[in-house]
Design a protein around this ligand. Structure first.
Ligand SMILES: O=P(O)(O)O[C@H]1O[C@H](CO)[C@@H](O)[C@H]1O
Ligand SMILES: O=c1cc[nH]c(=O)[nH]1
Length: 235
């Protein structure tokens, strides 16, 4: 058992899906995995292990933001030796040609989080997706008829920010596709511990147009993202 995960050694698979929302972890376990056991309820941050097409896979809620996901990823790697970590999250589109319900594979991440600057003495580390996972996910998406978008996402420390539009427009000019709150931390920790990581994101709302998905639509498009992540992890 680690500080925030009430599992025993061996309870967690080497491959894990990481939604921000613990209820999305429950949804994935109940709808996509077989022979499921719940290994964590500490803080309501559910974690489950089961099988997908015969392969052992876990799914763990991470909470929102860099500090929260950093706690779970550190413990998953250092205490439970997890090797392949795939975030399955939602994001807000920053580009006009990125549409609500699109699936994005984050090749890299830009951030306003100070965590890496503190770690690296003020220089900007470039957090990067694992190429094999990214390639697998892209190919799985194409096979399913969902061409994922691939690019830079903004990992923000703020969901609510004063004068956000100026920054969002500038990031859009520099080809950042969407905003979310965890990918920088996931990729940086994966690099530190030499693990494979990828963020697969569904556009849940559009920052420029204000368009949002309904909860039903969100579920269907989240299913595409979840299938892409699961298939990419076993490819
Ligand atoms: O849907 P999840 O995975 O939680 O991701 C996004 O949603 C949350 C904000 O509503 C942040 O965690 C952001 O990154
Ligand atoms: O606009 C959004 C949507 C999802 N997640 C975010 O962080 N921002």
């Amino acid at each position: 058992m680690s500080t925030h995960i009430g599992a025993k050694k061996g309870d967690i698979a080497e491959t894990i899906l990481l939604p921000g929302d613990p209820l999305r972890a429950k949804y994935i376990a109940e709808n996509f995995l077989e022979d499921v056991t719940c290994y964590n309820e500490v803080r309501g941050m559910y974690g489950y292990t089961g099988t997908y097409k015969g392969e052992r896979i876990s799914v763990q809620g991470t909470g929102m933001g860099v500090p929260s996901i950093s706690i779970y990823v550190n413990e998953l790697i250092q205490e439970f030796d997890v090797k392949k970590l795939i975030r399955v999250g939602s994001c807000g589109a920053l580009q006009e040609d990125v549409k609500v319900r699109d699936v994005i594979l984050a090749s890299t991440s830009t951030t306003d989080s100070q965590m890496n600057r503190m770690t690296f003495g003020g220089i900007d580390f470039a957090p990067t997706a694992n190429f094999d996972l990214l390639k697998n996910a892209y190919e799985v998406g194409e096979t399913k008829g969902i061409k994922p978008l691939v690019g830079n996402v903004f990992t923000s420390d703020s969901f609510y920010r004063d004068n956000a539009m100026d920054l969002f427009k500038q990031l859009a000019e520099y080809n950042v596709l969407a905003v979310e709150m965890e990918t920088t931390a996931l990729y940086t920790l994966a690099a530190k511990f030499n693990r494979q990581a990828l963020a697969v994101l569904t556009v849940s709302d559009h920052i420029l147009t204000g368009e949002e998905t309904t909860s039903e639509e969100r579920q269907t498009t989240f299913n595409d993202m979840i299938e892409i992540a699961l298939e990419a992890s076993i490819k």
